[in-house]
Design a protein around this ligand. Structure first.
Ligand SMILES: NC(=O)c1ccc[n+]([C@@H]2O[C@H](COP(=O)([O-])OP(=O)(O)OC[C@H]3O[C@@H](n4cnc5c(N)ncnc54)[C@H](OP(=O)(O)O)[C@@H]3O)[C@@H](O)[C@H]2O)c1
Length: 213
């Protein structure tokens, strides 16, 4: 697949590395061309100007701080339809670090704001719960990549991209479940900052994610 990544930080570089290793063609763009070039070089991808990142790609990853989401989507042409019809992966954690309180004041999910800012895009909330290093470091067992979205094809695309970095897609429903997924991130972050492992705070249910073929 051809994948465009908006953002040049830790998550952008980690998923670019994982997806490049899986054979995908990755373009990275950010507000700093120098940082985009550095992230691309570090991950085996290539950098592109922001306004070109979403052109001709099969999916887009929105890997910026939540406060930068509106700016970067604007620079990538989202308000005028550059992302229409494309899967748009939203991994943003709009939570207060240290205490884990969700930030968008409307009480709505960040993913819904993203959908409004990118008309026609098929937003999928995903890749927001694990640290970026999870996608570059081989793990002993696969992890479930919880996700939600309204478009079945977009969910298939993002599920396939999750498998490519050692994950197992776990679709919990439509985008109306995004706020729930975002609250989980706040819960995990709050416990982490309290020095506790979130996995020890939830009951073990179901069976472990199956190993990848
Ligand atoms: N890192 C993780 O482990 C992880 C895991 C799950 C989810 N996430 C989420 O993924 C997103 C990226 O996280 P990260 O760790 O990669 O962050 P990061 O390393 O701090 O990088 C942040 C990115 O956001 C950009 N940015 C910040 N403000 C901006 C603005 N106003 N306009 C345009 N771009 C702006 C930065 O650009 P500049 O370099 O120009 O400042 C940079 O490209 C965040 O929403 C985070 O919550 C991260």
């Amino acid at each position: 697949m051809r994948i465009g990544i908006l953002g040049t930080g830790a998550l952008a570089a980690a998923l670019a590395t994982g997806w490049t290793r899986a054979g995908h063609d990755i373009s990275i763009g950010g507000r700093s061309p120098e940082r985009a070039e550095a992230a691309a070089k570090a991950s085996g991808a290539r950098s592109r100007p922001l306004r070109e990142v979403a052109v001709g790609v099969d999916a887009v990853l929105l890997a910026v701080h939540w406060r930068g989401v509106a700016d970067i989507l604007r620079a990538a042409g989202a308000p005028t339809g550059s992302l229409a019809g494309k899967p748009l992966i939203d991994p943003t954690n709009a939570v207060e670090h240290g205490i884990g309180v969700p930030q968008p004041e409307s009480g709505r999910a960040m993913a819904h704001h993203v959908a409004e800012l990118a008309p026609g895009a098929h937003v999928v909330k995903a890749f927001h719960l694990f640290p970026s290093t999870r996608w570059t470091t081989p793990a002993s067992s696969p992890v479930t990549v919880a996700m939600c979205g309204d478009d079945p094809r977009a969910l298939d695309v993002v599920g396939s991209l999750a498998r490519d970095v050692g994950g197992v897609p776990g679709v919990i429903g439509g985008l109306d479940r995004a706020r729930q997924l975002e609250e989980v991130a706040g819960f995990v972050i709050a416990l982490a900052f309290a020095g506790l492992d979130a996995q020890s705070a939830i009951p073990a249910t179901g069976t472990p994610a199956p190993a990848q073929p």
